[in-house]
Unconditional design. Structure first.
Ligand code: DLL
Length: 432
């Protein structure tokens, strides 16, 4: 079977009817149970009955991460605690963590969303899934775990880290699927090579990678490293966790499970909705969640939406691969730079390894950017000229892409910190 649920392929008219009904129920729910939304809607002169169809979405108030923080921990929950069966939280690298909750129905829906994604990747109950997303407050581990079990596959709950053990299980347990961040997959592959093990020698056939931005170039590298299909899974804790969107075998963008999470792309400054194909901030309204249904949640992720039909047969709206968050956008001497743009250049250079970090600083009131990239084994023993040649090549490529002179520094192999979860690509010395 190609699809997990019929909702993935319904006509657009039917979808609209489903979305409209669910939105209306959700608005009633939050108006009744969440004082934050009741007040916001009253301030806008809106009553629940004013929201009749999905076209009325644009009248509803936005929700931000700050709102979740202001109502920390449970202030935006729309279900009583007796109905909540699971709590997760975002890592909270900046400030307070954000807390999210799920009812039994929410968990059941989440399992179906993961099963939809995995089915689209060609994963079946015959697969053995090595789940190397972190278990715990992070949604990646448990989210994928329950969805994979729901699909009927065998899950190995190894969690993130413990790389030697990962490799041992890959070899001995016959894992056919690995789920982890793309940066961790690279790290596992590299460690295998260092141990003299061919990463292509295992039974792996599919990787389910997400939780951080990654480029098409990174996808190619991972695919050729392991000899697998590297599939993209997108999500965020505030909306669900993994399972909000996924790419299908046509790889024409990620399908959003829009019968549960209605997407909009808005201009981040004016908050005006943008048309299909225009780039802006991704916003989600959760129309089936019970514990934490957020209205127009601003993700800070930058993407475009596509409403035309996908050859795979799904009518779920598609979005571009998320290659950056507005939070990670650097403004260097007036030029907007996303780490992923730099990644796409570096990964095409034969002499460098796919490990890099961006160092941002401020000198004489001007922002400066240095790109540190690891050279491949051997380059440092070559004449100094080789290093300079590669550095100059990357500098020129970056200049033609960004119109910006960036200092590129090749560093020795294995000097840039590896990640077992989300990679840290930016070291911002301005924030000291
Ligand atoms: O990272 C949920 C997840 C777990 C997704 C496992 C996929 C796999 P958070 O920790 O709340 O949740 O981080 C969400 O990570 O807003 C994006 O900026 C980024 N992100 C997640 N998936 C992708 C992806 C999980 N496939 C934030 N591509 C999001 C690009 C991604 N960025």
């Amino acid at each position: 079977m190609n699809f997990w649920q019929r909702e993935e392929t319904v006509s657009l008219d039917e979808k609209k009817a489903i979305q409209s009904e669910r939105l209306s129920l959700t608005v009633n729910r939050v108006y009744k149970h969440v004082p934050f939304y009741r007040q916001k809607m009253k301030a806008l002169g809106l009553k629940p009955e004013d929201i009749k169809s999905i076209d009325d979405l644009k009248h509803l108030p936005f929700t931000t991460k700050q709102d979740l923080r202001d109502y920390y921990p449970y202030g935006l929950f729309a279900a009583p605690m007796e109905e909540v069966v699971r709590i997760h939280a975002s890592s909270g690298t900046t400030g307070q963590p954000t807390v999210v909750g799920y009812t039994k129905n929410d968990i059941a829906m989440w399992q179906d969303m993961i099963a939809r994604c995995f089915t689209a990747y060609g994963i079946t109950k015959n697969d053995i899934i090595q789940n190397a997303y972190g278990y715990g407050l992070f949604t990646g581990g448990l989210g994928c775990h329950h969805g994979a079990e729901h699909l009927g596959a065998a899950v190995i709950p190894i969690s993130g880290g413990n790389t030697k053990k990962q490799i041992q299980l890959l070899q001995e347990f016959g894992s056919t699927v690995i789920t982890c961040t793309p940066s961790y997959a690279l790290y596992i592959g590299e460690t295998m090579k260092n141990m003299g093990i061919d990463p292509r020698s295992t039974k792996l056939r599919v990787g389910v990678f997400g939780a951080e931005p990654w480029t098409e170039e990174m996808r190619e590298q991972i695919e050729s490293l392991f000899g697998i299909e590297a599939m993209d899974i997108y999500g965020l804790s505030e909306v669900l966790g993994p399972g909000v969107a996924f790419d299908c075998m046509k790889r024409a963008g990620l399908h959003i499970n829009d019968d549960h999470f209605v997407p909009e792309v808005v201009d981040a400054d004016t908050l005006e909705p943008l048309k299909s194909g225009e780039s802006g901030e991704l916003v989600f309204t959760m129309i089936t969640k019970e514990a934490l249904p957020l209205l127009r949640y601003r993700t800070r992720d930058i993407t475009k939406l596509y409403t035309d039909k996908c050859e795979c047969g799904r009518t779920l709206v598609r979005m571009d691969k998320v290659t950056g968050r507005s939070d990670d956008m650097l403004i260097i001497r007036g030029v907007n730079v996303f780490p992923s743009q730099i990644e796409s250049i570096i990964l095409k250079v034969a002499e460098t390894a796919p490990h890099y970090v961006l160092i941002v600083d401020r000198v004489n009131n001007l922002d400066t950017l240095e790109v540190w990239v690891e050279a491949k084994e051997g380059l440092f023993s070559d004449a100094i000229k080789s290093l300079e040649r590669v550095e100059k090549h990357i500098t020129n490529e970056l200049f033609s892409l960004l119109g910006l002179h960036v200092k590129v520094k090749l560093v020795e192999p294995r000097t840039i910190e590896r990640s077992e979860g989300k990679a840290k690509r930016i070291i911002d010395k301005r924030k000291k």
